[in-house]
Design a protein around this ligand. Structure first.
Ligand SMILES: Nc1ncnc2c1ncn2[C@@H]1O[C@H](COP(=O)(O)OP(=O)(O)OP(=O)(O)O)[C@@H](O)[C@H]1O
Ligand SMILES: [Mg+2]
Length: 327
């Protein structure tokens, strides 16, 4: 059986604002195996980013991880001090964000920024070994003439090239897990596909796991092994990519699938999910999706559905699961 690199158990991350409490992540549990790509999808506000930040405990006031266990490589990160967490971040688990400019420092050269990571986490390397590693990393993410490009500043790169540099930086300390939050959203569609393919190849080569957060189910269906679908802070469906794309059982997943262009060429028209995501300060009674669900029945407005197993690793939270992708 594959070894688990991350186990998240009953994670609750709340934001205590003056308007009330937002349960941004509300009792979420999931695993990531070594070398696996886990996709996390859902509409805006579903709690995808907060889940990612919680894993590396980068939640700031007024946010707080209320309860839960985050077990990385057998150790509960919730028990670590801030100092110990700083060693985990970047070294064991690294994070890639949507906008590469926020991750790169405009006043340092690309080479210097990668070297910084190596200085922090790979203390045994000599100066020339660091340079060599830096060249290798830039080469591995498809940057030609790495030796001269190392001396360039971030603004001298295109958006796609900058994101490649960010990926190289994230890989520098050979992490076991990378959390990428919408890593390609700011890029052109053609570049998006290249970068994702690159990430897929790199995780395979380096044997690290990837948690890929995106609102784009089409993107994730291409490269993820498994998918968590999140809605209003909860995982409402999880399974292998095939379970989710072909055998989805939650009406919300159905809505996401129907809004993907091209995936099902027989579909006459593209449908969007009707209604809007509920106000997080005032969630509906029963199932959070009930006000938007076309299959909604009385019980859905009264009782919150529990996550139930419907296949080997396929779970959904719905009172009336669809049958094999269709009602
Ligand atoms: N600093 C904060 N203060 C208050 N509420 C917050 C804060 N950060 C996030 N939230 C709330 O937590 C919920 C989950 O947000 P999160 O950013 O995880 O969503 P997301 O799924 O990543 O959405 P998107 O697709 O837009 O990135 C949202 O309702 C959001 O308003
Ligand atoms: Mg987000």
């Amino acid at each position: 059986m594959a070894k688990k690199i991350l186990e998240v158990r009953n994670l609750r991350t709340y934001f205590h604002t003056f308007k009330g409490t937002v349960k941004a992540v509300d009792d979420v549990s999931f695993d990531i195996n070594e070398g696996e790509i886990l996709g996390v999808v859902g509409e805006s506000g579903g709690g995808k980013s907060v889940t990612g930040f919680s894993v590396i405990r980068l939640i700031e006031e007024p946010g707080k991880i209320e309860t839960g266990e985050i077990i990385y490589n057998g150790e509960n990160l919730m028990k670590k001090s801030e100092n110990q967490m700083n060693k985990v971040r970047g070294k064991d688990i690294s994070m890639i964000f949507q906008d590469p400019m926020t991750s790169l420092n405009p006043v340092y050269t690309i080479g210097k920024q990668i070297e910084e990571v190596l200085l922090l986490h790979e203390k045994d390397l000599t100066k020339s070994q660091r340079k060599q590693k830096c060249i290798e990393l830039l080469k591995s993410v498809g940057i030609s003439n790495p030796e001269s490009r190392m001396k360039s500043y971030p603004h001298q790169f295109s958006g796609g090239m900058r994101q490649r540099v960010v990926i190289a930086t994230a890989l520098a300390a050979s992490p076991k897990l990378i959390i990428a939050d919408e890593p390609t959203t700011a890029l052109d569609v053609t570049i998006q596909a290249q970068i994702l393919k690159l990430m897929q190849n790199l995780v395979e080569e380096h044997g690290c796991a990837l948690m890929l957060i995106t609102h784009d189910l089409a993107v994730i269906s291409e490269i993820a092994d498994r998918i968590n679908v999140m809605y209003c802070g909860k995982i409402i469906e999880t399974g292998n990519t095939k379970d989710i794309i072909k055998e989805y059982k939650h009406p919300y997943t159905e809505g996401l699938i129907n809004s993907i262009p091209d995936l099902d060429k027989d579909k006459k028209k593209l449908e969007s999910i009707s209604g809007i995501v509920p106000n997080m300060f005032d969630l509906p009674e029963g199932c959070n999706f009930s006000p938007r669900c076309r299959y909604c029945k009385q019980i859905c407005k009264e009782e919150e559905p529990e996550l139930q197993q419907v296949g080997q690793s396929h779970y959904i939270a719905c009172h009336f699961p669809l049958k094999g992708g269709e009602k």
